[in-house]
Design a protein around this ligand. Structure first.
Ligand SMILES: [Zn+2]
Ligand SMILES: [Zn+2]
Length: 291
């Protein structure tokens, strides 16, 4: 199970309705923040989402609307007496940006900040993919690992109760029972892990399509409704995001990074759904649980 909190679904400049980009992804004790627009720490605090429970922060690119909240957030982590290492996956200039700012503001975090390119533990994997923006930029894929479960129902039906047999099957080994060979693949159920992808800022892009194939949720740039110059700015229109979702056969598309120029966003959904029906346009502070 993965929870996705849409903390900031605007882009460029904040509006009354939409804050700057930030997405909180949680899975059993692991909290990951993707992008950190200005004000993200207030949102986390206001809704008790726990600043210091963040273990990993992913930054898609160095534009201010995605990164200006990070300094304040890290400073607050320090003031809240953080001890645990903070892992950051970000563009190569991010480290200099942070440590130069720390230097000038005489802030010296008492916890370790480690820059990594990807993350993996027993439950989850976080990797990046190239996106198409006006500066070096990356998207993120958070993948839950597949889980293998023993088919208890089938074992019961066949009257197999001996735990030594069950253990061998769980270990992927064949077992002989009363002259019959039981193969593990017949008694194991694979529960596919959930996959969530976030593009950050991007124009429609083949590398995105290739990287997000079949994900359960794609959070895609949809800055504009029908703006011919969208690609010049490295962004997408609602219909572009929908085409990517369709081509990549994702299960659900969430439009984000909505420009503050739009008051009424209902047309975004209409345009996108003409191409890819399973599209949502999350408001700030909405969340989805993916199982
Ligand atoms: Zn942006
Ligand atoms: Zn940008």
């Amino acid at each position: 199970m993965i929870e996705v909190f849409f903390l900031g679904t605007g882009g460029g400049a904040p509006s009354k309705k939409r804050r700057l980009p930030a997405f909180l992804i949680r899975k059993q004790g692991l909290s990951v923040l993707l992008d950190c627009g200005e004000g993200t720490q207030y949102t986390l605090m206001q809704y008790r989402l726990g600043i210091n429970s963040l273990k990993i922060i992913g930054i898609s690119h160095m534009h201010g609307d995605h990164v200006f909240g990070l300094l304040g957030l890290i400073a607050s982590m320090g003031l809240l007496d953080r001890k645990e290492t903070l892992y950051i996956i970000g563009p190569k200039n991010l480290k200099d940006f942070l440590f130069t700012s720390f230097e000038y503001s005489k802030f010296y975090p008492q916890f370790k900040i480690e820059f990594i390119n990807s993350y993996e533990d027993d439950e989850i994997k976080i990797s990046t993919f190239k996106t198409c923006h006006t500066v070096e930029s990356q998207g993120f894929i958070i993948s839950e690992k597949d889980r293998v479960k023993i088919d208890d129902k089938k074992l019961k039906e066949e009257g197999i109760k001996d735990w030594r047999i069950v253990r061998k099957l769980k270990e992927g080994k064949s077992v002989e029972v009363d002259g019959r060979i039981l193969h593990p693949e017949d008694y194991l159920i694979v529960k596919k892990g959930i996959k969530v992808a976030y593009t950050g800022d991007t124009s429609p892009c083949q590398s995105v399509i290739d990287s997000v194939k079949g994900v359960d949720l794609l959070i895609h740039d949809s800055t504009f409704l029908k703006e011919p110059s969208a690609y010049t700015y490295g962004h997408s229109n609602a219909s572009d995001a929908a085409k990517v979702a369709l081509e990549a056969s994702v299960k659900l598309l969430a439009l984000t990074h909505i420009s503050s120029r739009y008051e009424d966003v209902s047309m975004f959904l209409k345009e996108a759904r003409k191409i890819y029906n399973n599209t949502i346009l999350p408001e700030d502070l909405s969340y989805i649980v993916l199982k």
